[in-house]
Unconditional design. Structure first.
Lengths: 494, 46
């Protein structure tokens, strides 16, 4: 392990960020906010152009003759049935983020858009923007990163590393080795910070759920730290023993709870209103999604540009932070599928699921705002972590649904940290598919420390800036490896 | 006179333009000596 310089530097880098955050949380959050502000201002056009081009490229690849190429040898068959594969894709995309933002995001946009449009148009537009953030563009980033990994790993037989495409296409040269090494390091860094943010979001969500269930008001940091300690205990054990099948069960359980929650809310809430919202947003989304990807709000006032930076740009960069992690996972389960099947499955199915999810949880929020009262909008302003539980309290069996939400959030975070520790250990040990337990536990501890830093910041905005800063360099790496894929595809006979 | 903000903005964008240029140059570069071409044969059934 001591001979592995990548592992040591990655551990030192992420460890230092964690240490800085624990000693001076406000300092790290302020530094990240300032730097991401500068970078977002000058690079907003490049971020939007990149994600739009990745989406257009993915659609082109799916329908081009390259779509027939298999991610594996020509006679390889898919390892999983299509239904299992799609379920696992759901699980990958259905993290704690959807639970957290289900109602909170559409309502946050609504509050801003209301300054410029009528209330019903603002609701419609808020739902569109939310679907835009979680839809095809997000999944195109994951899909194309996973495609590069799967292609070079399963079809060409190279190790499953971010640096692989450069070395495979351009050979062992000084620049490919240096840039490749740096890419592996930045991928590790982006994953670690991204998962740290996910831990914090999960803890904030569970904390609000516990407060709501036990009638606690403003429990402060002690409850968050207590929940964090329980989470750490829950994920360290699976890192010590091989529980791959058990983890898949936990992940599927979390998925089933979340799916059940969505169906329950759809049935007991204002069903006609939600179904109308969903159908309307499907049409709205697909009619505007591609042009909207090029929208940069260049000529709008500062309020709009700040909103654009703190939402659209942050989310797009956030997907880049998660891309190496989710990409490796979806690549792993997609061996034996054609590029066409892979791209359409990864992009279209989760997008429809997200539209349904936000259609249900967003519409139930809008129902309260437009038909009853606006108290819910005050909660968006004062305690965004509580919004999911606030909405559930309007519906029957709210204690049961709140417990289900807390349980799903807990399981999502545990499975994410265990999987991320595995992927980080794999990257840091040169693509070893069975990394040493010691390395996995070290990563588990570092991820926990990063999560603690973000919890101590006690602000979801600070979490977003810290993740944004880690993920920004990764945009360049994704574009570089995609170029390698296109170059490699030229040698395929189709 | 250019403010510091403008200078930083210009430098950041120059980096982006240079990066895009390097990507295009690498894509069209002919003498890549990676081993993908050799591996390709073994992957095909025919």
């Amino acid at each position: 392990m001591l001979k592995n310089s990548l592992l040591l530097i990655a551990l030192a880098l992420t460890g230092l960020v964690a240490l800085w955050g624990i000693i001076d949380t406000a300092g790290l959050a302020g530094f990240s906010a300032t730097l991401t502000g500068v970078l977002f201002t000058s690079r907003s056009w490049f971020i939007m152009l990149s994600v739009s081009l990745l989406l257009i490229l993915s659609i082109w690849l799916a329908f081009s003759p390259y779509g027939k190429i298999k991610l594996g040898k020509d006679d390889d068959e898919p390892e999983f049935s299509t239904v299992s594969w799609l379920t696992m894709l759901f699980a990958a995309g259905m993290g704690v983020g959807l639970l957290f933002w289900g109602t909170a995001e559409p309502l946050s946009h609504y509050k801003v858009i209301l300054n410029y449009e009528d209330d019903f148009r603002a609701a419609e537009h808020a739902l569109f923007i939310t679907n835009f953030h979680w839809g095809l563009h997000a999944w195109a980033i994951y899909a194309i990163t996973g495609l590069v990994m799967a292609y070079f790993s399963f079809r060409r037989g190279f190790p499953n590393l971010v640096s692989t495409p450069m070395i495979a296409v351009f050979g062992q040269r000084l620049w490919t080795r240096s840039v490749g090494w740096l890419s592996d390091l930045l991928a590790i860094y982006a994953i670690a910070i991204g998962i740290g943010g996910s831990i914090a979001m999960g803890v904030f969500q569970i904390q609000s759920g516990v407060e709501s269930l036990f009638g606690l008001s403003d429990s402060g940091l002690w409850l968050a730290v207590l929940i964090f300690a329980v989470l750490c205990m829950a994920y360290i054990l699976p890192l010590m023993v091989d529980l791959s099948k058990g983890m898949a069960t936990l992940s599927n359980t979390a998925m089933a709870i979340a799916g059940g929650l969505m169906i329950f809310v759809l049935l007991v809430g204002p069903t006609f209103f939600m179904m109308s919202g969903i159908i309307g947003s499907i049409g709205d989304y697909f009619s505007r999604v591609i042009p909207h990807g090029f929208k940069t709000y260049a000529f709008f006032d500062e309020k709009v540009t700040t909103w654009f930076q703190s939402w659209t740009l942050t989310f797009m960069v956030w997907w880049f932070a998660w891309a190496p992690f989710v990409g490796v996972f979806i690549a792993r389960i997609s061996k034996g599928r054609t590029i066409r099947e892979y791209l359409l499955g990864v992009m279209v199915v989760p997008t429809f699921f997200s539209i349904f999810w936000f259609g249900v949880f967003g519409s139930v929020g809008f129902f309260e705002v437009l038909r009853l009262d606006a108290a819910i909008l005050d909660v968006v302003e004062t305690n965004i972590n509580d919004i999911t539980f606030f909405v559930l309290r309007y519906l029957p069996l709210s204690n049961l649904t709140s417990v289900a939400t807390v349980l799903a959030a807990f399981l999502f975070v545990v499975t994410s940290v265990v999987s991320a520790s595995f992927v980080l250990s794999m990257f840091a040990t040169g693509g070893d598919l069975n990394p040493p337990t010691k390395t996995k536990i070290i990563w588990g501890v570092i991820l926990g420390a990063l999560g603690l830093v973000m919890i101590l910041s006690n602000s979801i905005d600070a979490v977003k800036s810290i993740i944004g800063l880690a993920a920004l360099p990764f945009i360049f790496i994704v574009l570089l490896i995609v170029m390698c894929l296109l170059k490699a595809l030229k040698s395929e006979v189709v | 006179m250019m403010s510091l903000e403008n200078v930083i903005d210009t430098l950041l964008n120059i980096w982006v333009f240079v990066f895009i240029g390097v990507l295009i140059r690498l894509y069209f570069k002919k003498d890549s000596d990676g081993n993908i071409a050799g591996e390709q044969e073994s992957n095909r059934d025919t």
